[in-house]
Design a binder for this molecule. Structure first.
Ligand code: GTS
Length: 214
Protein backbone atom coordinates (compact mmCIF):
# COMPACT_ATOMS: atom_id res chain seq x y z
CA UNK A 1 0.00 0.00 0.00
CA UNK A 2 1.02 3.61 -0.55
CA UNK A 3 0.08 6.70 1.43
CA UNK A 4 0.22 10.10 -0.27
CA UNK A 5 0.67 12.73 2.44
CA UNK A 6 3.07 15.16 4.04
CA UNK A 7 4.67 14.39 7.40
CA UNK A 8 3.78 16.55 10.38
CA UNK A 9 0.43 17.77 9.05
CA UNK A 10 -2.70 17.10 11.08
CA UNK A 11 -4.84 14.96 8.77
CA UNK A 12 -1.86 12.87 7.62
CA UNK A 13 -1.04 12.39 11.30
CA UNK A 14 -4.46 10.80 11.85
CA UNK A 15 -3.61 8.00 9.44
CA UNK A 16 -0.04 7.67 10.68
CA UNK A 17 -1.43 7.11 14.19
CA UNK A 18 -3.92 4.55 12.83
CA UNK A 19 -1.11 2.70 11.02
CA UNK A 20 0.90 2.57 14.26
CA UNK A 21 -2.15 1.47 16.30
CA UNK A 22 -2.78 -1.37 13.85
CA UNK A 23 0.88 -2.42 13.50
CA UNK A 24 0.83 -1.60 9.79
CA UNK A 25 3.59 1.00 9.62
CA UNK A 26 5.95 -1.26 7.69
CA UNK A 27 3.21 -2.22 5.19
CA UNK A 28 3.05 1.19 3.54
CA UNK A 29 5.29 3.34 1.39
CA UNK A 30 4.90 7.10 1.88
CA UNK A 31 4.82 9.46 -1.10
CA UNK A 32 5.31 13.09 -0.13
CA UNK A 33 2.93 15.67 -1.58
CA UNK A 34 4.15 19.28 -1.45
CA UNK A 35 1.16 21.11 0.05
CA UNK A 36 2.72 24.59 0.36
CA UNK A 37 3.56 24.39 -3.36
CA UNK A 38 -0.09 23.40 -4.08
CA UNK A 39 0.97 20.10 -5.68
CA UNK A 40 -2.32 18.59 -4.48
CA UNK A 41 -4.30 21.08 -6.56
CA UNK A 42 -2.61 20.10 -9.84
CA UNK A 43 -4.16 17.72 -12.39
CA UNK A 44 -1.89 14.76 -11.59
CA UNK A 45 -2.97 14.69 -7.94
CA UNK A 46 -6.59 15.58 -8.67
CA UNK A 47 -6.77 12.38 -10.69
CA UNK A 48 -6.15 10.36 -7.53
CA UNK A 49 -8.31 12.59 -5.29
CA UNK A 50 -10.61 15.06 -7.05
CA UNK A 51 -11.08 16.90 -3.75
CA UNK A 52 -7.37 17.76 -3.67
CA UNK A 53 -6.61 16.74 -0.09
CA UNK A 54 -4.22 14.44 1.69
CA UNK A 55 -3.93 11.78 2.95
CA UNK A 56 -4.78 9.30 0.21
CA UNK A 57 -4.27 5.55 0.57
CA UNK A 58 -3.55 3.52 -2.55
CA UNK A 59 -4.40 -0.15 -2.17
CA UNK A 60 -2.31 -2.85 -3.80
CA UNK A 61 -5.02 -3.31 -6.47
CA UNK A 62 -4.66 0.37 -7.40
CA UNK A 63 -7.82 1.65 -5.66
CA UNK A 64 -7.45 5.11 -4.15
CA UNK A 65 -9.12 5.85 -0.82
CA UNK A 66 -9.32 9.41 0.48
CA UNK A 67 -11.00 10.79 3.62
CA UNK A 68 -9.39 9.82 6.90
CA UNK A 69 -12.57 8.14 8.10
CA UNK A 70 -12.73 5.88 5.04
CA UNK A 71 -9.03 5.07 5.23
CA UNK A 72 -9.33 4.31 8.94
CA UNK A 73 -12.32 2.02 8.36
CA UNK A 74 -10.33 0.12 5.75
CA UNK A 75 -7.16 -0.24 7.81
CA UNK A 76 -9.08 -1.07 10.98
CA UNK A 77 -10.89 -3.97 9.30
CA UNK A 78 -7.85 -5.58 7.67
CA UNK A 79 -7.22 -7.79 10.71
CA UNK A 80 -10.89 -8.44 11.47
CA UNK A 81 -10.54 -6.65 14.81
CA UNK A 82 -11.96 -3.12 14.32
CA UNK A 83 -10.98 -1.62 17.66
CA UNK A 84 -10.83 1.97 16.37
CA UNK A 85 -14.16 2.12 14.54
CA UNK A 86 -16.27 -0.16 16.74
CA UNK A 87 -17.29 -3.80 16.84
CA UNK A 88 -20.89 -3.71 18.04
CA UNK A 89 -23.73 -1.77 16.46
CA UNK A 90 -23.79 0.63 19.42
CA UNK A 91 -20.02 1.19 19.40
CA UNK A 92 -20.06 1.90 15.68
CA UNK A 93 -22.93 4.36 16.03
CA UNK A 94 -21.43 6.27 18.93
CA UNK A 95 -17.94 6.42 17.40
CA UNK A 96 -19.38 7.61 14.08
CA UNK A 97 -21.37 10.33 15.87
CA UNK A 98 -18.42 11.60 17.92
CA UNK A 99 -16.09 11.37 14.93
CA UNK A 100 -18.43 13.63 12.97
CA UNK A 101 -18.58 16.09 15.87
CA UNK A 102 -14.78 16.08 16.10
CA UNK A 103 -14.63 17.26 12.50
CA UNK A 104 -17.60 19.63 12.41
CA UNK A 105 -16.98 21.28 15.81
CA UNK A 106 -13.18 21.31 15.94
CA UNK A 107 -10.93 20.36 13.05
CA UNK A 108 -13.02 21.84 10.22
CA UNK A 109 -13.47 25.25 11.90
CA UNK A 110 -9.77 25.36 12.79
CA UNK A 111 -8.97 24.74 9.12
CA UNK A 112 -11.41 27.40 7.97
CA UNK A 113 -9.89 29.91 10.40
CA UNK A 114 -6.36 29.01 9.34
CA UNK A 115 -6.99 29.25 5.62
CA UNK A 116 -9.32 32.28 5.61
CA UNK A 117 -8.28 34.52 8.51
CA UNK A 118 -4.50 33.93 8.37
CA UNK A 119 -2.00 33.58 5.49
CA UNK A 120 -2.46 29.80 5.79
CA UNK A 121 0.20 27.74 4.07
CA UNK A 122 1.40 30.68 1.98
CA UNK A 123 1.06 32.42 -1.34
CA UNK A 124 1.11 29.42 -3.69
CA UNK A 125 -1.84 27.68 -2.01
CA UNK A 126 -3.91 30.65 -0.87
CA UNK A 127 -5.60 31.32 -4.25
CA UNK A 128 -6.98 27.78 -4.14
CA UNK A 129 -8.02 27.90 -0.50
CA UNK A 130 -9.26 31.44 -0.01
CA UNK A 131 -9.46 33.69 -3.05
CA UNK A 132 -10.04 37.30 -1.99
CA UNK A 133 -13.60 37.89 -0.88
CA UNK A 134 -14.96 40.54 1.39
CA UNK A 135 -15.59 39.33 4.89
CA UNK A 136 -13.40 36.25 4.70
CA UNK A 137 -11.31 37.29 7.72
CA UNK A 138 -14.41 38.01 9.77
CA UNK A 139 -15.90 34.65 8.76
CA UNK A 140 -12.60 32.93 9.54
CA UNK A 141 -12.53 34.50 12.99
CA UNK A 142 -16.03 33.20 13.66
CA UNK A 143 -14.76 29.75 12.79
CA UNK A 144 -12.00 30.17 15.40
CA UNK A 145 -14.74 30.97 17.94
CA UNK A 146 -16.61 27.86 16.82
CA UNK A 147 -13.48 25.75 17.37
CA UNK A 148 -13.11 27.20 20.87
CA UNK A 149 -16.73 26.30 21.59
CA UNK A 150 -15.96 22.80 20.30
CA UNK A 151 -13.12 22.51 22.81
CA UNK A 152 -15.55 23.44 25.59
CA UNK A 153 -17.93 20.75 24.33
CA UNK A 154 -15.27 18.02 24.29
CA UNK A 155 -14.08 19.14 27.71
CA UNK A 156 -17.59 18.52 29.04
CA UNK A 157 -17.69 15.09 27.36
CA UNK A 158 -14.38 14.12 28.96
CA UNK A 159 -15.58 15.09 32.44
CA UNK A 160 -17.78 11.99 32.48
CA UNK A 161 -15.88 9.43 30.39
CA UNK A 162 -12.22 8.60 29.66
CA UNK A 163 -12.37 8.84 25.87
CA UNK A 164 -14.28 10.86 23.30
CA UNK A 165 -16.67 8.04 22.37
CA UNK A 166 -16.84 6.36 25.78
CA UNK A 167 -14.67 3.82 27.56
CA UNK A 168 -12.33 2.93 24.68
CA UNK A 169 -9.79 4.87 22.60
CA UNK A 170 -11.20 5.21 19.06
CA UNK A 171 -11.02 7.01 15.74
CA UNK A 172 -12.85 9.93 17.36
CA UNK A 173 -9.98 10.43 19.82
CA UNK A 174 -7.49 10.49 16.96
CA UNK A 175 -9.54 13.14 15.17
CA UNK A 176 -9.86 15.38 18.24
CA UNK A 177 -6.17 14.92 19.02
CA UNK A 178 -5.14 15.93 15.49
CA UNK A 179 -7.63 18.80 15.61
CA UNK A 180 -5.91 20.15 18.72
CA UNK A 181 -2.54 19.88 17.02
CA UNK A 182 -3.93 21.85 14.08
CA UNK A 183 -5.37 24.38 16.54
CA UNK A 184 -1.97 24.82 18.19
CA UNK A 185 -0.37 25.30 14.77
CA UNK A 186 -2.96 28.01 14.08
CA UNK A 187 -2.25 29.59 17.51
CA UNK A 188 -5.64 28.66 18.95
CA UNK A 189 -4.90 27.52 22.50
CA UNK A 190 -7.03 25.22 24.64
CA UNK A 191 -8.95 27.50 27.05
CA UNK A 192 -7.61 27.34 30.61
CA UNK A 193 -10.89 26.07 32.02
CA UNK A 194 -10.78 22.98 29.74
CA UNK A 195 -8.83 20.93 32.26
CA UNK A 196 -10.44 17.60 31.33
CA UNK A 197 -9.57 18.14 27.67
CA UNK A 198 -5.99 19.05 28.56
CA UNK A 199 -5.63 15.98 30.81
CA UNK A 200 -7.02 13.74 28.07
CA UNK A 201 -4.58 15.30 25.57
CA UNK A 202 -1.66 14.55 27.90
CA UNK A 203 -2.87 10.95 28.30
CA UNK A 204 -3.28 10.39 24.56
CA UNK A 205 0.13 11.94 23.97
CA UNK A 206 1.61 9.01 25.92
CA UNK A 207 0.17 6.31 23.64
CA UNK A 208 2.95 4.51 21.73
CA UNK A 209 1.14 5.16 18.42
CA UNK A 210 1.06 8.88 19.14
CA UNK A 211 4.62 9.06 20.42
CA UNK A 212 5.83 7.09 17.39
CA UNK A 213 3.36 7.41 14.53
CA UNK A 214 4.19 5.70 11.25
N1 GTS B 1 -11.86 15.45 5.14
C1 GTS B 1 -10.51 15.20 4.71
C2 GTS B 1 -9.98 13.90 5.31
O1 GTS B 1 -10.56 13.43 6.28
O2 GTS B 1 -9.03 13.32 4.80
C3 GTS B 1 -9.65 16.38 5.10
C4 GTS B 1 -8.27 16.26 4.59
C5 GTS B 1 -7.53 17.59 4.66
O3 GTS B 1 -8.12 18.66 4.82
N2 GTS B 1 -6.23 17.48 4.50
C6 GTS B 1 -5.44 18.66 4.49
C7 GTS B 1 -5.25 19.13 3.09
O4 GTS B 1 -5.10 18.35 2.18
C8 GTS B 1 -4.10 18.36 5.07
S1 GTS B 1 -3.87 19.10 6.64
O5 GTS B 1 -4.99 19.99 6.90
O6 GTS B 1 -3.86 18.07 7.58
O7 GTS B 1 -2.67 19.83 6.54
N3 GTS B 1 -5.20 20.43 2.98
C9 GTS B 1 -4.88 21.07 1.79
C10 GTS B 1 -6.02 21.68 1.10
O8 GTS B 1 -5.71 22.39 0.15
O9 GTS B 1 -7.18 21.48 1.49
Amino acid sequence: MKVFDIPGFPNPLRIRIVLAEKGLASSVEFIKVDLPAAEHKQPAFLEINPLGTVPVLQLDDGTYLSECTAITEYLDHLDGNPVLTGKTAKERGVIHMMQKRAESELSDPVGFYFHHATPGLGAALQPYKSPDWEGRVEWGNRQRDKALAGMQYFDQVLRTQPYIAGEQFSMADITVFAGLIFAGFASIQIPENCTALAAWQAKVQERPSVKNPA
